[in-house]
Design a protein around this ligand. Structure first.
Ligand code: HEM
Length: 276
């Protein structure tokens, strides 16, 4: 059960570091993931929303229509592909909420929409209970390049291709990609605004958790929806591809390691992984 479902560092471990689009066509039947963590993830989302509604949910004032498209698609997908979900009861529980908030509480994924305003594609808002060290409120109203600005070298390497992918994304077509990080906690709620629960003062490599993000991109008539599902694996299980993960840590440039909060602990994790 603890083996990671996705191991993105595997594809790249043998090469020098570079940012990559890594987009693969997505069969829409696999759009949203439902697994054994669903009840716990949705309960955690409700708790995060009760405690931190202004960190985890933020929208522009005029994105109701686009959000309703997303909610309708989420409901349709769950009804069609996950009949075990008690949709009638779950929909009733979110009936009075903003449609993007409602959609976010029905799925394990975090949801972010990009909308066209003034000829630009900007972030229209999101329901993000499980951010990996970033803040949703600072992204709302921003362009793709502005959103990615804190990521060292990303816009130089991929700014144009990312904009092109988003501009050309056709309705009914979708893509997915993977991202990853390592943190010293299994707490999914990790914003940067100081509201995340305290983390251990001095965590050893064995106390760290791999976070793999399965992200999807899908075009709707009025918006592009970006979903982020975070999968956690404790490194203590040693169930990751040890050679690949330690090689990927070795290959990470200093600025990227710093961005991922791995500048100090990354080499220690790589060394610990390699211990017999
Ligand atoms: C083709 C599309 C995209 C690519 C290749 C891409 C790539 C990346 C990469 C490499 C990172 C750094 C974190 C990591 O290593 O996983 C990142 C961070 C991020 N991406 Fe994307 N991304 C894409 C689309 C999007 C979209 C559509 C959104 C929607 C808003 C988005 C929002 C973010 C945010 C919020 C962060 C964190 C930034 C921060 O730390 O402040 N990305 N992205």
């Amino acid at each position: 059960m603890d083996a990671p479902r996705y191991e993105p560092y595997r594809d790249v471990a043998a090469e020098p570091f570079r940012w990559r689009l890594g987009l693969r066509p997505l069969d829409l039947r696999d759009w949203l993931e439902v697994d054994e963590h669903r009840a716990a993830d949705l309960a955690r989302k409700r708790a995060v929303m009760a405690e931190h509604p202004h960190t985890a949910f933020r929208v522009l004032p005029d994105v109701e229509t686009e959000s309703a498209e997303v909610l309708a698609a989420v409901v349709e997908h769950l009804a069609e592909h996950h009949p075990d979900v008690d949709l009638a009861r779950e929909r009733e529980a979110v009936r009075s909420l903003h449609p993007l908030d409602a959609a976010g509480r029905l799925v394990q994924e975090d949801l972010v929409i990009m909308v066209e305003r003034g000829g630009r594609l900007i972030c229209g808002g999101g329901s993000v209970c499980f951010p990996n060290r970033w803040d949703l409120p600072s992204k709302v109203g921003r362009s793709m390049a502005e959103i990615h600005a804190p990521v060292p070298g990303l816009n130089d390497a991929l700014g144009e291709p990312v904009d092109q992918v988003l501009a050309r994304l056709a309705p009914g077509r979708a893509y997915w990609r993977l991202g990853w990080g390592i943190l010293d906690t299994d707490e999914l709620y990790q914003p940067l605004d100081g509201t995340a629960p305290a983390r251990p003062a001095a965590a050893a490599p064995i106390d760290h958790h791999l976070r793999v993000e399965r992200e999807t991109l899908r075009r709707f008539p009025g918006c592009v929806l970006f979903t982020i599902r975070t999968h956690l694996t404790p490194l203590a299980t040693r169930s990751v591809d040890i050679a690949a993960l330690s090689a990927a840590l070795d290959a990470m440039p200093d600025d990227v390691a710093q961005y991922k909060e791995l500048d100090r602990v990354g080499p220690a994790i790589a060394a610990w992984l390699r211990e017999p």
